[in-house]
Write a protein that binds this ligand. Structure first.
Ligand SMILES: Cc1cc2nc3c(=O)[nH]c(=O)nc-3n(C[C@H](O)[C@H](O)[C@H](O)COP(=O)(O)OP(=O)(O)OC[C@H]3O[C@@H](n4cnc5c(N)ncnc54)[C@H](O)[C@@H]3O)c2cc1C
Ligand code: SF4
Length: 479
């Protein structure tokens, strides 16, 4: 039997299994990897992937809206990256006008419906709500925002109109939140927009990345349809910059270009054995999960180990568990406070049965017949200068799947134009100034692919909106 002991630095989730690495004895435990589909019955899977936060009904929305103090200089507005006039939209709900509330929201944030589902409100608007400070129970701003925007989308109304046409054409590269937000605002301002999107569907990570239980009933595509209903936006899907079009072509054929291509690459673990069967990129797996019509056809391991500490790590861990994985352990190289996943998300993972171990990093993947069966970790700590270092002490976990979720990277090759149009970079992302302008004239960028802000949907929507306003000024010769 493997030697078991309690590892230090554990966050204390349910029953811990920590194995001292003794390859000779562990090898005898290596059965074939248990990765298979249909671990749970269809009804159970449907329940597991149903709406994690069901919507408010009209009565509850009215009661919740009445809790708002309609603060002067409301701190919740400052805490929202898109600066939605929160007290104003909550007042509209309280007076029985959810459509008016939605118009206020969408004026600032055209993806207010998606953001109401995916924003980590506990570190944004709701954290700053005065009710949070006085009674530890903020106004449920996210839920009210969803109530209002759902009402408008269901009504089929289109609250926006385009300004008189400017005769200018703008190319947008990437149909995610940043690209769609920019396209919508540019179209409203009277410009014609063509969105070049590499994938089949528009929506970016709202369609291919966000956890399935946060955005149910194909909401990402409903929202895309609502945005495109404004008119003036042409979608060219299956068209990738660098493969089907070049930056040089776009600069020649359009009056301005907005780059919103997100982060299409993933970081490698950098340990031996990464190419073994069972070692998977979490983002790619989540994309398959989001597109799966039948989740019971998705294969999932029995023992899953996730490496990482952000949204992606938490989401793949929870979704693996909800697909029926028996044992899911998330391992992060630093402490709980250093994880980019919020406390709320970490708790949610633990409630879902995910074990979280801190202060350990992978050092070796060990396989059996070409498939990963074990992963060895070294405990970590900070040295006197606050740098992360290994302690030399190790432990191993048996597994049949390892998900890599240690961050995404900008794929730079597509940005190489045919001529000498080389973009300046900063910290591995596209460098921009305060007007979202890159180092190339007429080329702007925003969202995850730029070196500013936080990698959240709401930040990308804010970037897209503000970049569109800056592009409009450029096209009118005002900047
Ligand atoms: C697994 C996961 C879960 C997340 N969960 C949350 C969450 O719960 N809440 C939250 O607020 N944020 C979350 N995020 C972050 C959020 O999804 C992103 O910050 C946001 O989608 C970034 O928007 P974007 O438009 O910049 O990029 P993306 O959404 O990545 O969109 C970029 C688009 O560009 C396209 N593209 C890429 N390269 C090219 C090319 N060469 N040519 C043409 N098109 C190209 C891509 O196909 C994609 O459609 C999550 C991210 C991940 C990975
Ligand atoms: S801080 Fe809270 S109470 Fe004040 S306006 Fe915002 S939501 Fe209402």
């Amino acid at each position: 039997m493997p030697v078991r002991y309690s590892g230090k630095g554990d966050s204390g989730g349910p029953a811990r299994e920590v194995f001292a690495h003794r390859e000779d004895t562990l090898m005898s435990e290596y059965a074939a990897p248990d990765i298979r589909a249909g671990r749970l019955a269809a009804e159970q899977l449907a329940a597991n992937f149903d709406d994690a936060k069901p919507p408010l009904d009209p009565k509850r929305a009215l009661v919740e809206s009445s809790r708002c103090f309609y603060c002067f200089d409301a701190p919740c507005i400052d805490a929202c990256p898109t600066s939605i006039d929160i007290p104003s939209f909550i007042r509209s709900i309280a007076t029985g006008d959810p459509i008016g509330a939605a118009e206020t929201i969408l004026e600032a944030n055209i993806m207010g419906g998606m953001c109401s589902r995916v924003c980590p409100v506990e570190i944004l608007c709701e954290e700053s709500c005065v009710r949070e400070h006085s009674e530890a129970k903020p106004v449920q701003i996210g839920a009210l925002q969803r109530y209002a925007t759902d009402a408008l989308v269901a009504s089929g109304m289109q609250p926006f109109v385009r300004a008189p046409l400017s005769g200018k054409k703008v190319a947008v590269v990437g149909g995610g939140p940043a690209g769609l937000s920019a396209a919508h605002r540019l179209s409203r301002l009277g410009h014609d927009v063509i969105v070049f999107e590499a994938r089949e569907k528009i929506g970016g990570l709202s369609e291919y990345g966000i956890a399935a239980y946060k955005t149910v009933h194909d909401f990402a595509q409903t929202e895309v349809a609502f945005i495109l209903a404004l008119g003036g936006i042409t979608i060219r899907s299956g068209m990738a910059l660098g493969r089907d079009i070049s930056l040089t072509d776009l600069r020649r054929d359009f009056d301005a270009v907005f780059l919103a291509m997100g982060l299409a690459g993933v970081n490698a673990l950098g340990v031996a054995g990464e190419d073994m069967a069972g070692v998977e990129d979490a983002v790619a797996y989540i994309a398959r999960l989001r597109q799966a019509k039948d989740k019971s056809a998705l294969s999932v391991g029995r023992k899953v180990v996730v490496i990482g500490g952000g949204n992606t790590a938490i989401d793949i861990a929870i979704q693996s568990k909800r697909l029926g994985a028996e044992d899911v352990t998330l391992v992060y190289r630093r402490g709980a406070d250093n994880m980019s996943a919020t406390d709320h998300e970490q708790e949610f993972a633990q409630v879902n049965g995910v074990k979280i171990k801190h202060w350990a990093r992978p050092v070796k993947l060990i396989g059996h017949k070409g498939a990963v069966r074990e992963i060895e970790f070294e405990y970590t700590q900070l040295d006197g200068q606050g740098r992360l270092m290994g302690t030399g002490e190790t432990f191993s976990l048996l597994c049949d799947t390892v998900f890599k979720a240690i961050g995404q990277t900008l794929v730079k090759d597509p940005l190489n134009g045919k001529a000498n149009d080389v973009l300046d970079m900063s910290g591995g992302k596209i460098a921009i100034n305060e007007d979202f302008a890159t180092s190339l004239k007429g080329v702007f960028a925003g969202g995850d692919c730029v070196a500013s802000g936080i990698d959240l949907t709401v930040q990308s929507v804010a970037d897209g909106r503000d970049a569109a306003i800056a592009i409009d000024a450029y096209l009118r010769g005002e900047s």
